[in-house]
Design a protein around this ligand. Structure first.
Ligand SMILES: CC(C)(COP(=O)(O)OP(=O)(O)OC[C@H]1O[C@@H](n2cnc3c(N)ncnc32)[C@H](O)[C@@H]1OP(=O)(O)O)[C@@H](O)C(=O)NCCC(=O)NCCS
Length: 303
């Protein structure tokens, strides 16, 4: 329990230096724990972001900044407030609670029905958010793409880049990725999203085939540089294997092929987000060398 009196108010110009120092310390500490993260930031860029982004709050106690909260954006489709890992700091879970309480009414007025925060995947951090009612729903894992130069591509299937003409096949493969027991997305929304991925020249929609039959898929996209992350990086998503062929090494071979392709294209790290609801999926990614760096915690706003 935090014993000092804490006052939360909107972040103002006189808070910027203290908040930047807190963010820099946080990013450096995270990088000291995980080699997958970068510990230094461009100070001027950070200062510009902290000065400009709204809504944002600071918690002060006895003249000192003891926490901050910066919301980067409201997700237009799901109407959620988003908080990046360097968007919040708190000396104690009670400080976080005070910041979230102050933010809730502003987020609600902006049309948000909940928030989602990417936080460092550390028990103390995730637990603090849990005490504020947030639930861990996904992890982000990172893996370096430093293979021996003579490493071959795993055989057994052909990997090809799909295009708009593959929409019906891609929709079938995409459905294979739905979490068991969960509510599938609206079919029209799925169709629109898969179609836009297939059309995007910057995204590789990859399909693994054997004898002309589609067995698995992965969607690979280059990531724009982000504060605190290694670059150049690729993001893997929508990895899914034919339900009748799971547990036989196909997913592993697919991921290895995809990573080798990314390495040849000049990327140095790959990252993936996985839902924590299925422990086998967590086991799959950890077993493929992905180290968790961040955790997604979410909460609907109390009505
Ligand atoms: C996760 C998935 C891609 C793995 O592919 P796969 O071909 O079954 O995996 P492999 O046979 O290469 O590897 C088996 C490993 O994955 C784990 N695994 C995950 N899901 C599994 C499943 N449904 N059946 C069997 N093993 C599964 C196993 O525990 C095993 O771990 P181990 O290597 O430590 O023993 C596949 O199961 C799948 O399509 N699942 C549904 C979609 C999904 O959740 N995708 C992940 C999105 S982030």
């Amino acid at each position: 329990m935090y014993r000092e009196p804490v006052r939360v108010r909107p972040l103002g110009p006189r808070d910027v230096d203290a908040v930047c120092a807190r963010v820099e310390a946080r990013v450096a500490a995270a990088a000291a724990r995980s080699t997958a993260l970068v510990g230094t930031l461009d100070h001027d860029e950070l200062r510009a972001v902290v000065s400009a982004v709204t809504p944002a709050w600071v918690a002060r106690s006895r003249g000192r900044v003891v926490g901050h909260l910066v919301t980067t954006m409201i997700d237009r489709t799901q109407r959620r407030a988003w908080i990046p890992p360097d968007g919040a700091s708190f000396d104690d879970p009670a400080v976080l609670r005070g910041l979230l309480d102050a933010a809730a009414s502003v987020w609600r007025d902006a049309g948000a029905s909940g928030y989602a925060a990417w936080v460092y995947d550390e028990p103390t951090e995730v637990d603090a958010w849990a005490t504020c009612g947030a639930t861990l729903s996904a992890r982000r894992g990172v893996r370096a793409l430093s293979f021996p130069a003579d490493r071959g591509t795993p055989a057994g299937f052909d990997l090809r880049r799909a295009g708009p003409g593959d929409l019906e096949t891609a929709l079938t493969l995409d459905r294979w990725g739905d979490p068991p027991g969960g509510r599938p997305p609206d079919e029209q929304e799925r169709r629109d999203e898969v179609a836009s991925l297939l059309e995007d020249p910057d995204i590789d929609y990859l399909i693994a085939e054997l004898g002309g039959r589609a067995l698995a898929q992965a969607v690979v996209m280059p990531l724009a540089p982000r504060r605190g992350s290694r670059a150049p990086a690729v993001h893997l998503s929508a990895v899914a294997v034919d339900p009748d062929r799971r547990g036989r090494g196909l997913g592993t071979a697919l991921v290895e092929s995809v990573l080798e392709r990314a390495r040849r294209a000049g990327h140095v790290v790959a990252e993936v987000n996985w839902r924590t609801v299925d422990p086998r999926v967590e086991r799959f990614w950890r077993g493929r060398g992905f180290t968790p760096t961040q955790a997604l915690v979410e909460r609907p706003l109390p009505v």
